[in-house]
Write a protein that binds this ligand. Structure first.
Ligand code: NAG
Ligand code: NAG
Ligand code: NAG
Ligand code: NAG
Ligand code: NAG
Ligand code: NAG
Ligand code: NAG
Ligand code: NAG
Ligand code: NAG
Ligand code: NAG
Ligand code: NAG
Ligand code: NAG
Length: 564
């Protein structure tokens, strides 16, 4: 069929030969390497019921095929990845691990070395380029011997902070001694290591690392200010220094780091004015300056499209208006400007942020109405509470938001009726619209949206008319707050039985009449277990039967007509 003899010959004879030749040469394990690995395994303390790699190491298979082991073509072990193998000890000075002379990459991260010191023997592994001991449970002073690993390209000693767990210390030797000769380092992760160094010292120490691309030293007890020697690290693409008490301004020199993609300085006690030029860096994707209450700043005009994806400025003293050009940040997916000092209108251009998933602009002084449509089809979280926003909500605001989970517009002056399209969103869990000027009758929930809703807070508005029947079909509802409106009608207390997960109910101060049917004993199922029940001014005539309520800590039945 058009395949020539030579092509057939190729397919039948030559191709298979080529295939065999190009299969990565899974070379045979060298005997001494296998013995070393086997001794290493046998001396390790690890939980064999939870281990997934080590537990399967056995001499029936070539050791280069053991899970977690990588060999070079000659059969020498060059990589060991024993991440999360429930190892708790068994690496001492004489461990055969340290005889694996060809090892280039060693990962013992996420193990449980119960506050043991890092074994000095690692320094025998002179070929190591990658060492990962993150969250491995080692603690105490990092041994000076590690500084001999001068070929390291990546070093990860980061540890998540857990209260009461001892941390790693880098004091004697200090950071300068540790990294002095590690001139190849491109990634240095020391999060959670107690370095306790002054700005001048830790910056000088790092300035000897010309290739450093990623620096992560959050929660290291570093103090500031960031020293001018830091300017030598202009190859940095990632800087993470959260949770260090720098108590200083952010230096202008960072605006020269043209390759910077991520800058995280949350909770650093920063002060002064944040250099706006940093926001204009061409590669910046992530900026987190949150929890720096003394940090002043404002947003510049964005003259070009920017790759910014995450902008978190919450709990800072950023002021002023959002520039109209904000809409050029077309990649933005997480925007948190909560608890700053921003003012002015929300620019219409924000409707263009098609990638937006998380939006929190709460507790500022934003004014005006919200853009009439959102192109952000993937929004899951909208919080605009505690501003001075006004105007009506339109049904177009919600029609295209199929993934919305959370909406909080509390404490503004929005008016008009609540669009029924909001109550038709299938994934909503929390709707919080209290303390606005919403009026008109309430729309019901559509069937599709009944199951997920957890919180519905419409209190302190000017809503009128009856509570729609569908409110009592919200089977997952936990919190229902409708107080201080002008809702009317009669409600049977028994209708709450269908709200099986209800824990907080407030219907006070409306024009409602709540009735309790004559004999409680006829109730087929008791009321849900409520912790806070507020039915003030609800025209109650009978004291409700609360004998089955074991979790109630708040009860308000004031302003009723209960006798007896
Ligand atoms: C030995 O190793 C092979 C390959 O990893 C594995 O399939 C087998 O279960 C192991 N045997 C034992 C007894 O662990
Ligand atoms: C283990 O660490 C190495 C070197 O840092 C890294 O390349 C590898 O991805 C890590 N393994 C896992 C499972 O994270
Ligand atoms: C170290 O291993 C962890 C997995 O435990 C991984 O998440 C991390 O990225 C690794 N660090 C480096 C620098 O590769
Ligand atoms: C770094 O290398 C120099 C020159 O080889 C040596 O004198 C010094 O002791 C080394 N520093 C450390 C901390 O090992
Ligand atoms: C960190 O190290 C400093 C200096 O050695 C010490 O005073 C401090 O208590 C350490 N902090 C923690 C949390 O270990
Ligand atoms: C920035 O990255 C580019 C491309 O990776 C590289 O060529 C350049 O040298 C880097 N700039 C600096 C200052 O490291
Ligand atoms: C942060 O450092 C400043 C200056 O050294 C000091 O006054 C302040 O008490 C420190 N704050 C905390 C929370 O340690
Ligand atoms: C916050 O910024 C405003 C306006 O720039 C300024 O008046 C105020 O003093 C700043 N507050 C703090 C705590 O820096
Ligand atoms: C929104 O984006 C479109 C296309 O990129 C552009 O034409 C329009 O001017 C933008 N609108 C605003 C308000 O930024
Ligand atoms: C929205 O989410 C969908 C599904 O998670 C994803 O495929 C799509 O790329 C996202 N679109 C945007 C604009 O982020
Ligand atoms: C009621 O709450 C329980 C426990 O939180 C949860 O598992 C269940 O799914 C909820 N019921 C509904 C209908 O959401
Ligand atoms: C409450 O609604 C009734 C009509 O249903 C109306 O007469 C009354 O003025 C309203 N009260 C307030 C305070 O809006």
């Amino acid at each position: 069929m058009g395949i020539s003899f030579f092509q057939q010959l190729f397919l039948i004879i030559i191709l298979p030969v080529l295939c065999i030749a190009t299969v990565p040469a899974k070379s045979q394990c060298l005997e001494d390497q296998e013995l070393l690995l086997f001794h290493f395994k046998n001396s390790l303390k690890f939980d064999s019921s939870l281990s997934t790699k080590l537990v399967l190491w056995n001499q029936t298979t070539d050791c280069c095929l053991w899970d977690g082991v990588t060999c070079d073509n000659a059969g020498y072990v060059i990589g060991l990845d024993l991440n999360n193998e429930f190892i708790s000890g068994g690496i001492d000075r004489s461990s055969s691990l340290f005889s694996l002379q060809f090892l280039q990459s060693l990962n013992l991260s996420s193990n449980q070395f119960n506050s043991l010191q890092i074994p000095p023997g690692f320094s025998n592994l002179a070929s190591l380029t990658h060492l990962n001991l993150s969250n491995s449970g080692f603690a105490g002073q990092i041994p000076i011997e590690l500084s001999r690993l001068t070929r390291l390209v990546t070093l990860d000693l980061s540890t998540l902070y857990f209260p009461g767990v001892r941390s790693l210390l880098l004091q004697n030797p200090d950071l300068a001694m540790l990294v002095q000769n590690m001139t190849e380092l491109t990634q240095l992760y020391l999060d959670g290591v107690n370095i306790s160094a002054r700005g001048y010292d830790w910056c000088q120490a790092l300035s000897s690392l010309p290739n450093l691309g990623e620096l992560s030293m959050s929660n290291c007890y570093l103090s500031g200010p960031i020293d001018s020697s830091f300017a030598k690290l202009r190859s940095l693409s990632v800087i993470r220094l959260d949770q260090n008490n720098l108590s200083a301004p952010v230096p202008q020199l960072i605006a020269d780091f043209k390759n910077l993609t991520a800058l995280r300085l949350a909770s650093c006690n920063l002060n002064g004015v944040f250099p706006a030029k940093i926001l204009e860096l061409p590669a910046l994707q992530t900026l987190d300056l949150s929890l720096n209450g003394l940090l002043n700043g404002s947003l510049p005009e964005f003259n070009h499209d920017r790759p910014l994806q995450t902008l978190v400025l919450s709990y800072t003293n950023f002021t002023g208006a959002l520039p109209y050009s904000f809409g050029k940040l077309g990649m933005l997916s997480r925007l948190d400007l909560s608890r700053c000092n921003f003012s002015g209108p929300i620019p219409n251009s924000m409707a263009n942020l098609t990638q937006l998933v998380y939006l929190d602009m709460s507790s500022n002084k934003f004014t005006g109405s919200i853009p009439s449509y959102w192109m952000s089809k993937n929004l899951t979280h909208i919080d605009l509470s505690l501003n001075a926003l006004s105007g009506p909500l339109l049904s177009t605001h919600f029609e295209g938001l199929p993934d919305l989970v959370y909406i909080d517009l509390r404490f503004n002056t929005f008016n008009g009726s609540i669009p029924s399209s909001l109550f038709a969103l299938p994934t909503l869990q929390k709707i919080q619209l209290s303390n606005n000027h919403f009026d008109g009758p309430l729309a019901g929930f559509s069937k599709a949206s009944l199951s997920m809703l957890d919180t519905l807070d419409l209190s302190s508005n000017k809503l009128q008319g009856p509570i729609p029947k569908s409110f009592f079909d919200l089977k997952g509802l936990n919190v229902l707050l409708l107080s201080s409106n002008n809702l009317t009608g009669t409600i049977q207390l028994e209708s709450l039985q269908s709200l099986g997960n209800l824990t907080t109910l407030d219907l006070s101060y409306n024009n409602l009449s709540i009735e309790i049917s004559g004999s409680n004993s006829s109730l087929s199922s008791p009321l849900p277990q409520i912790t806070a029940l507020k039915l003030a001014s609800c025209n109650l005539k009978i004291f409700p039967d609360l004998s089955n309520q074991s979790r109630m800590f708040m009860l308000d039945l004031s302003n009723n007509q209960i006798g007896g």
